[in-house]
Design a protein around this ligand. Structure first.
Ligand SMILES: [Zn+2]
Length: 189
């Protein structure tokens, strides 16, 4: 059981606008296991405002050097995955009703390389990989048949590559939990 006073203190702390590195430090100091993954997701997936996710030299010491290295490796692995993804447009779906499919085949790679790939490769504000099917749905189809574009986005939703970032976050979460809490019993939040 979690003592009520501790639970209250943790919930009050959670309301503060703390940097991801500071949250990792507090999680390690006070065995707050539930904070590890959200803090790592903020850093690795760059979801929160920049000042809350960036890592200063002080932060590196706060989170411990080993954890920093694990995070840096995950960031690098994700960048490699993004590079592969950007270079390979998802397969174009062929709708039997499309009478201009030759044009679709020409336009689709252009749409991908001009409008989607740059957003995948943007290091400052990278789009979440899981959002790509929705991004494809929203881009102007130009000379491409809109139904072929929509069907291509729909088929892409089932591609396992879309989960790669979440999987890297899960993996580094396990590694860092082992570093921080591996040798003693942990209070679950
Ligand atoms: Zn078509």
């Amino acid at each position: 059981m979690i003592p009520a006073g501790r639970q209250y203190a943790v919930s009050e702390l959670a309301k503060l606008e703390l940097s991801a590195a500071r949250r990792l430090e507090l999680a390690r100091m006070f065995d707050i296991t539930g904070w590890i993954r959200p803090a790592l997701a903020d850093i690795i997936l760059k979801r929160s405002p920049k000042k809350l996710r960036s890592i200063t030299n002080d932060d590196r010491q706060r989170m411990t050097e080993d954890a920093y290295i694990a995070i840096a490796k995950a960031l690098e692995a994700i960048q490699v995955e993004r590079g592969y993804l950007a270079l390979r447009p998802p397969p174009l779906q062929i709708l039997p009703s499309c009478r201009t499919h030759a044009a679709c085949q020409v336009v689709w790679p252009k749409i991908w390389f001009d409008l989607v790939a740059p957003r995948i490769l943007n290091r400052v504000e990278p789009v979440p990989i899981t959002d790509l099917p929705w991004i494809i749905r929203g881009i102007p189809s130009g000379k491409m048949e809109i139904l072929c574009l929509l069907d291509t986005a729909r088929a892409f939703k089932n591609n396992s590559v879309l989960q790669c970032e979440e999987i890297f976050v899960d993996q580094v979460t396990e590694v860092i939990k082992e570093m921080y809490f591996g040798r003693h019993t942990v209070v679950q939040e």
